[in-house]
Design a protein around this ligand. Structure first.
Ligand code: AMP
Ligand code: TRP
Length: 324
């Protein structure tokens, strides 16, 4: 089975990225054919500095590898190094209704945020994402909940293309984790943890002191009971989810452990659980930061492998669409 997913090289990875997406990658790479992509072309749709993009891309690669993506098992590459992504995106533009793009939740949010200089890339973002996915004849796309709508649109686009030009693409389906598909903000547990709101984030590579500080300061709910109730106690429910995911303990077990204890005890223990679980990742990252040549070589080998799959899909697409 072919798996594809992408992460933007914009800012550090947070525990939402890890629990929503990366943990799925780690399981899938053990048995399936996985392709993971650093989507630098998507990162251009919001204001950015061309001088820092190369460093951010390399950082993203280091973080992926430190989190456990194994280049012996998975293909890891940079989107702009395989030009077929933009070529296919153009062609998919011609089978995608504008109305479908206008109703995307992420577009609605971002177009509000960047009202003053709204670029067409922000609207067409899901088409490039569909091209990423369809180029590799992907069956399953592991993502967090916020990307589900985009994967469903990629499926619709595949179907529209196949209908118009004959069977060409696999129709991909989304994979969400059973728990952790939407990790909430530490400062406002009604919203998701998001790279674009730094105070909301607990970063994967935060140092232990910072992890402790952020967890102790995390916004929680009225009362003092440690109980999983996402409606009445979204803050505590979110922290219980994180606790469970990093410790491997089921939520009822954790509730029991902290019965008759307060939020402070719970948070202290949670910080320790996270610090310990992430220790090997922090170590691996530090080691990789001093091995830039090695990381670049992985990306270059990854691009070679990705290109060979992408080129064979594009050859068929060109034939089917009369571009010969
Ligand atoms: P991004 O950081 O937007 O490039 O997202 C990378 C991956 O992490 C995507 O699969 C997202 O769906 C997932 N993700 C982002 N934020 C969260 C969150 N708060 N909870 C769970 N998954 C998330
Ligand atoms: N849009 C995704 C995000 O912001 C990143 C992404 C780009 C992606 N192309 C993809 C995810 C293809 C899955 C499949 O998180």
């Amino acid at each position: 089975m072919r798996i594809f997913s992408g992460i933007q090289p914009t800012g550090a990875l947070h525990i939402g990225n890890y629990l929503g997406a990366i943990k799925q990658f780690l399981e899938l790479q053990e048995k399936e054919e996985c392709v993971f992509c650093i989507v630098d072309l998507h990162a251009m749709t919001i204001p950015y500095d061309p001088r820092t993009l190369p460093k951010n891309v390399l950082d993203a690669a280091v973080c992926y590898l430190a989190s456990g993506i194994d280049p012996e098992k998975s293909i890891l590459f940079v989107q702009s190094q395989v030009t077929e992504h933009t070529e296919l995106a153009w062609i998919l533009n011609t089978v995608t209704p504008v109305g479908d793009l206008l109703r995307m939740t992420q577009y609605k949010e971002k177009s509000r945020q960047f009202q003053k200089d709204l670029n067409a890339g922000l609207l067409n973002y899901p088409i490039l994402m569909a091209a990423d996915i369809l180029l590799y004849q992907t069956e399953v796309v592991p993502v967090g909940q916020d990307q589900q709508q985009h994967v469903e649109l990629a499926r619709t686009i595949a179907r529209a293309f196949n209908h118009r030009f004959g069977p060409t693409f696999v129709e991909p389906r989304v994979s969400l984790p059973k728990t952790g598909a939407k990790i909430l903000s530490l400062t406002d547990p009604k919203k998701k943890m998001s790279k674009s709101v730094p105070p909301s984030c607990l970063y994967l590579f935060d140092e232990p002191e910072i992890i402790e500080k952020k967890i102790m300061a995390a916004v929680t709910d009225l009362g003092r009971e440690i109980k999983f109730d996402p409606i009445k106690k979204p803050g505590i429910a979110n922290l219980l989810t994180v606790y469970s995911q990093f410790s491997g303990l089921a939520i009822p077990k954790i509730e029991k452990k902290f019965r008759n204890k307060g939020y402070a005890d719970f948070k202290k223990s949670l910080a320790q659980v996270i610090i310990e679980a992430l220790e090997p990742l922090r170590k691996k990252r530090k080691e990789l930061l001093s091995r830039e040549v090695y990381v670049r070589e992985i990306l270059s080998q990854g691009a070679k492998k990705a290109r060979s799959i992408a080129q064979s899909t594009m050859e068929e697409v060109r034939k089917k669409t009369g571009l010969v």
